[in-house]
Design a protein around this ligand. Structure first.
Ligand SMILES: [Zn+2]
Length: 672
């Protein structure tokens, strides 16, 4: 499922559009030091106008063009410059108080020390403007085109930027390049910029040959859960074999950056927060209580404890989820006599995302994210979209309603970020940890060869087939999470079988039980796979964890799940995910170039000027980066060959300067 963002209608003002028609041209006028209060000009073209040290109260300029005008040290109050065009103008130390600039466009202007207080600058085009020494406070900048604007956090105060800059860069062809399309590997991939062959996370659970048990991706016996009574084992990212974007941010800032993960599922909160994360929070499944692990801290912070004490989870129980026509889609009423299961009941509705965003707001406010000395990182995984998706499939009315609800919830959350931090200071990246197959019965109704193939049944089939083949009954498989099987090396050891032979025997039995093909661990370790797209996906799925195992290649549209649908295949329905970026450095648009989730961390690391994570293999998505802009007084320098070239733009970048503000990026990841 993909998610689109409603940012309101953004002014379709394109850089370089011709200015309004003008009736009169005035060249070389000198209004320096004059008081121009009360003047009114319509459709006048001013060339080389000098307004240095002019004063102005209430003058009105409508559809005028200013070419190379000097507004230096001028002061304007309650003036209007509506639908005007400013080309190569200088606003050095100019002051605009409660002025109206609605619909005006600025092209190659300089704004050194410009001060803007109050007023309405909605729908202005400020593409690529260098505002880093300008200041704005209390200004309406609704639906302004601020792409590529350079500014500093401190220079924008109380600025209403709704609809501005939220025209994101949206990749329509983002696919995972591996076969392990599950939650834990997906989150590891997004934040490490590597596949399983780099980060090691092969599944949500796997066989641990030392412990001789199936272990979950973030289970850690050395730790304890924090936030609920009891002594349950805690969680940590100890199985991760690569570091994350957050870890690199921590390294680059000597720990000054703060990094947090939030999700309904432990693995979706812990893995993204990396080794150096300040905190990861997820819910206790029966009650919805927010918990963490002693890996991060020994007790919940005060704000999180208060959140739990306020019983906010309860308000999401016993509720009806209705679609826009008022039909009840699901209820969160616990079944009579059964213990409540918050995760299943609330987790299958958009209320779960409301609950997560409520917690995220508390975290941002109380941990003061975006207000510290360095860039902070927050990763939010919206688990409900996955929990419901498994039950009803991606084509259901419920998932449609869930997508619409997610859209609104994201819009509300971004508005909160706008007020709390200022959207000029935030980067947002949106993606998902995997896709999902259509419900087999939905695909089968269209005559696609779809089926449910329960993993438990296949495991029993393989065990009994091997028991017959080797004339020795044994539990040859310790686990089978369709289509991956983990072997009992002791059972094969008793037959004096080596790993490779054992894995082949299991693979052949899995084929008998309905899989199309298989790759053994030993084969992948040697890098032995055909030089095809599919072969590469399996090489990328190799992990040194998990003992002896076999990765089965499933038939398309066959899911290892009864009563719903699943993911975990190398096919497009599981690999295809959204990938979108929002924020000032990103050129809005729909991008149909090849992209992969491994590109996310690498692109953000590049913009932050830090190392990419240790095992990253993604590329910097240069096509979405706004080019640096020349400002009126920037020294001319040789063009930087590495700058992205943008067709149809009427300027040449001259200064290879950074285009990125120091942002406080927030990653909102859709979860499956
Ligand atoms: Zn799932």
């Amino acid at each position: 499922m993909s998610v689109s963002i409603c940012g309101g209608i953004v002014a379709e003002r394109k850089h370089g559009l011709p200015a309004s028609e003008t009736d009169v041209t005035l060249t070389g006028e000198d209004w320096g030091g004059r008081d121009i209060s009360g003047q009114s000009h319509t459709r006048v073209k001013f060339v080389d106008l000098d307004l240095t040290e002019a004063t102005n109260t209430g003058a009105i300029f409508t559809e005028c063009t200013f070419r190379r005008a000097r507004f230096n040290c001028s002061a304007h109050t309650d003036a209007a410059f509506v639908n005007c065009t400013f080309a190569a103008c200088s606003f050095f130390d100019a002051r605009f108080t409660d002025c109206k600039f609605v619909g005006s466009m600025f092209d190659r202007c300089s704004f050194d020390m410009t001060r803007i207080v109050g007023g309405n600058w909605s729908f202005v085009g400020l593409r690529g403007a260098d505002l880093h020494s300008a200041s704005m406070s209390g200004v309406r900048l609704r639906e302004a085109d601020l792409t590529g604007v350079r500014c500093q956090a401190a220079s924008l105060r109380d600025v209403d930027m709704s609809g501005a800059a939220l025209h994101g860069a949206d990749f329509t062809d983002c696919n995972y390049g591996y076969a392990n399309t599950r939650t834990a590997p997906g989150h590891a991939t997004l934040l490490t910029g590597a596949y399983t062959s780099g980060h090691g996370i092969m599944a949500n659970e796997w066989w641990d040959p030392q412990k001789k048990a199936m272990v979950a991706a973030v289970d850690d016996d050395e730790m304890k859960l924090v936030g609920i009574a009891g002594n349950a084992p805690g969680a940590s990212p100890h199985y991760l074999l690569a570091d994350t974007l957050g870890d690199e941010l921590k390294l680059a800032t000597q720990g000054k950056s703060r990094v947090f993960g939030i999700a309904f599922k432990d693995r979706a909160a812990v893995i993204p927060a990396g080794f150096a994360g300040n905190g990861a929070y997820w819910i206790d499944r029966p009650t919805g209580t927010w918990i963490t692990s002693t890996y991060y801290r020994s007790e919940l912070p005060r704000w999180a404890q208060d959140f739990n004490d306020s019983k906010r989870a309860d308000k999401y129980l016993n509720r009806e989820w209705q679609n826009s026509s008022g039909n009840v889609l699901r209820t969160t009423k616990p079944t009579d006599g059964k213990p409540g299961n918050f995760y299943e009941l609330v987790g299958s509705t958009p209320f779960a995302n409301d609950y997560e965003f409520e917690f995220a707001r508390e975290l941002i406010t109380n941990e003061k994210l975006g207000n510290g000395p360095a860039t902070d990182l927050l990763i939010i995984s919206l688990s409900a979209n996955d929990i419901l998706g498994h039950k009803v499939g991606p084509d259901s009315l419920e998932m449609q309603a869930m997508a619409l609800a997610t859209d609104r919830q994201l819009a509300g959350f971004f508005e909160f970020l706008g007020h709390q931090i200022g959207l000029a200071n935030v980067w947002i990246a949106l993606s998902a940890d995997h896709g999902i197959a259509p419900l087999p019965k939905v695909a089968a109704a269209l005559h696609l060869p779809a089926a449910n193939a329960p993993g438990d049944k296949m495991r029993a089939q393989v065990n009994s087939a091997l028991s017959v083949r080797f004339s020795r009954p044994a539990e040859y498989l310790k686990g089978l999470d369709y289509p991956v099987a983990w072997l009992n090396s002791d059972a094969f050891g008793a037959l004096k079988m080596k790993e490779e032979a054992a894995e082949r025997a299991v693979g052949e039995a899995m084929k008998q039980a309905g899989l199309r093909a298989y790759y053994t661990r030993s084969q992948l370790e040697r890098g032995d796979a055909p030089n095809t797209e599919l072969g590469l996906k399996y090489l990328n799925s190799y992990s040194p964890l998990g003992g002896w195992y076999v990765l089965g290649v499933p038939e398309p549209f066959t899911v290892g799940f009864v009563g719903g649908t699943d993911h975990a295949t190398p096919y497009t329905y599981d690999t295809h995910v959204p990938l979108a970026f929002y924020g000032l450095p990103f050129q809005p648009g729909t991008y149909r170039t090849h992209a992969e989730p491994v590109d996310l961390a690498v692109t953000l690391a590049s913009l932050l000027g830090i190392n990419a994570p240790t095992h990253a293999v993604g590329r910097v998505l240069t096509e979405i980066l706004a080019p640096p802009r020349r400002t009126g007084n920037s020294p001319s320098a040789a063009p930087d060959r590495n700058l992205p070239s943008v067709e149809g733009q009427d300027f040449k970048p001259t200064a290879p300067e950074s285009i990125a503000p120091d942002p406080d990026p927030v990653i909102a990841g859709g979860s499956r």
